[in-house]
Design a binder for this molecule. Sequence first.
Ligand code: G6P
Length: 381
Amino acid sequence: PEFRHPEFRHFMLKEIYEQPDVVRACLEKYLNLDWTQNRTSESPIHLGLPASFYNGLAEIHIVACGTSLHASLVGQYWLEQLAGIPTRVRYASEFPDHPFPLTPNTLTIAVTQSGETADTLKALTFEQQRRSQLTPACRPRLLGLTNQPNSTLQQRVDHILHAPSEQEVGVAATKSFVAQLIVFYTLALDLACRRQMLSSDRLDILLREVERLPEKISQILAATDAIAQLAKELVDTQDFIFLARGINYPIALEGALKLKETSYIHAEGYAAGEFLHGPIAILDEQVTVVAIAMPGQVYDKTLANLQKVKSRGARLIAITTPVNSEAAALFDSLLPIPDVDELLSPILTVIPLQLLAYYITVYRGLDVDRPRGLTKSLSAE
Ligand code: G6P
C-alpha cells in the first residue's frame, strides 16, 4: 500500500483516529444494547460460542506476543477480577519450553492480530498435541482471538473470536489492540454474567460505561495538539520509563513498546510499586517518567510511588483525569483522560501513549509506519 494517506500524514495517525469507530463496531458485534430494558437472555453479550464452550470452565491459559500479549494481560485482569476465573498469560515463544501445568477444564486462548505469528501458532500446536491423548477433562479446548479471522489461526482452534478493526497498515499496532481489549472485556463480562459474579446494578454501570467509550476516545483525540506540543519538547529525550499499577500496568508496557518500536528511544514499562525495588536507581534529571494515575483503587498508592520518583529529579508526566491541586503539583505535565470506571480505563489511557509515540517519532524525522527491521507479524520463529 501507498504509505501516505490523503487526510492523515501517516497510516498510524489515521488508525489511531479510527479507534472510536472500531470500538463501536466491536460493541455492535457482541453487545446486545437493549438487554438492560429487556433481559431475555442470561447475558447481554452474544459471542456466538456454543454452550459446550462454557461447560465446567475452570481455568484460562493465554499465549501471545508483543502488543497482543499486552492486551492479554489486561484480559487476564478482567477474566480474574470480573469473572473470577484463574488466568495465566505467557509469551508464546516461551510456552513450549515452559508450559503451564496440565490443568483440567482449561481453555487455551491464542491472541494474535495477524493470526499468522509463528511463535503463537507453535504454542497452540504444542498445547494441542500434548493434551490430545489425555482424559476428556484435560483434552485441548482452544480459542483464537484475532483481528484476521481468515488467517492460519482459525485452522488450529475450535472457536474464533474476531476483533473487527479492518486492515491495519502501520506496523505499530494501535486500533487492533483496542479491538482486542473490547473483545476480552465482552468475554469477561459474558463469563461473569453466566457465573452470576455481578450484581445487576454493577452490570448496568459496566454496560453504560463501555457504550460511552467511543465518545470519550474522541474527546482525547480532540486534544491531540497538547500531546504533539509535549512530544516536541521530548524529542531529544534518551530514556523513558512508563509506570502504572493494577489494570493499567500492561498499558505502561504497551506505552513503552510503542515508543521503542517507532522512535527507537530506550523505554521500559514497570509496575509502579515494583519500580522502587531497584530500577528507581537509574532516575535522574535526564529521564522522563510517564505515569498512568487514574482515580480508583490504586490511585493513592500510585501517587505515593510517584512522590519517590519525583524526589529523584525525573521529569514526570501524568496520564490522569483533571486532578486536585495537590496531585497536580506533583506532575510537570498532564495529559487528561475523561472520567471513566477504573476497570475500563486501559481502553482510554493507551490513546495518549499511542499519540506520544507517534509525534515523537515524526518529530525525529523517522518513518513511523515502517520502523526499521520490523514487520507486522513474524511468520518465522
Ligand atoms: C511483531 C510485531 C509486533 C506485534 C507482534 C505480534 O513482532 O512487530 O508489533 O505485536 O508481532 O503480532 P500478532 O500478529 O501475533 O499480534
